[in-house]
Design a protein around this ligand. Sequence first.
Ligand code: PMP
Length: 286
Amino acid sequence: MTTIWIDGKYYDRNTAVVSVFDHGLLYGDGVFEGIRAYSGRLFRLDAHLDRLYGSAKGICLDIPMTKPELHALVTEAYAKSQMRDAYIRLVVTRGVGDLGLDPRKCPKPSIICIVDTIRLWPADRYEQGLVCLTAATPISHKESLSPRIKSLNYLAHILAKIEGIAASVDEVIMLDSAGYVAEASGMNLMAVSNHTLRTPPPYSGILRGVTRDAVLEIGRDAGYAVEQLPLNRYDLYTADEVFLTGTAAEVVGVSRLDGRAIGCGRAGPVTKDLAARFRALANRHD
Ligand code: PMP
């Protein structure tokens, strides 16, 4: 059952509301995480919390709970939902202030935890792969709003997504402001060539995905070589396979990019192998 916690109280879908003076709403001033639970277990909650506190620090936001307290809260809200497989959205906003953007006017940040489900595409896309387009909209400049901060400002990614919708494709690939391949609208990206996984380095100005890191670990354990280096569209067009990783998307192949078939033109064998290994890891109890 959808379960929502806001600043100390539980609500349901109809009663959970935020103030119109919350700077998360007025200015996108806040940070968030998307976390999955599989078979009764939260997947890599600590890694998500580390990233959340890093994002908050990046925008000078003091989360009014310690990491162990927030860990306990997410665990409690998930247990209360009685869902075994779930998607959890944890949001920390600057809180309620006035209509000016000065964050000093917001005395207390707000914490929101939503336990629900998510599905990005029909199941057949995981077999067929996604049809993708390189968006004209780049991710934000790394010295403007760092893409390493998972902030409530997703407009660049949403504008890219709108380009994809207008072109009737499943997903978009975004470049950074220097023209290197960065990520998809809410996913990291990997290219497979000759049993090597290639992906942009985490410090180049992309969001360092929890799924990305898990897949790199799984890939290394399975004997794939891993290279973290700047990639161009050429590297994607000529790869054996390209796939995307994200908490909501999990591991999903790219079949076509910019009208060109990638590899065999469906989710390839390495993508499927890593997707199966990821699923096994996520559902493992140890
Ligand atoms: N990039 C962006 C822009 C994202 O929003 C996400 C989703 N959080 C990712 C990458 C993938 O990160 P993760 O695997 O931690 O979900």
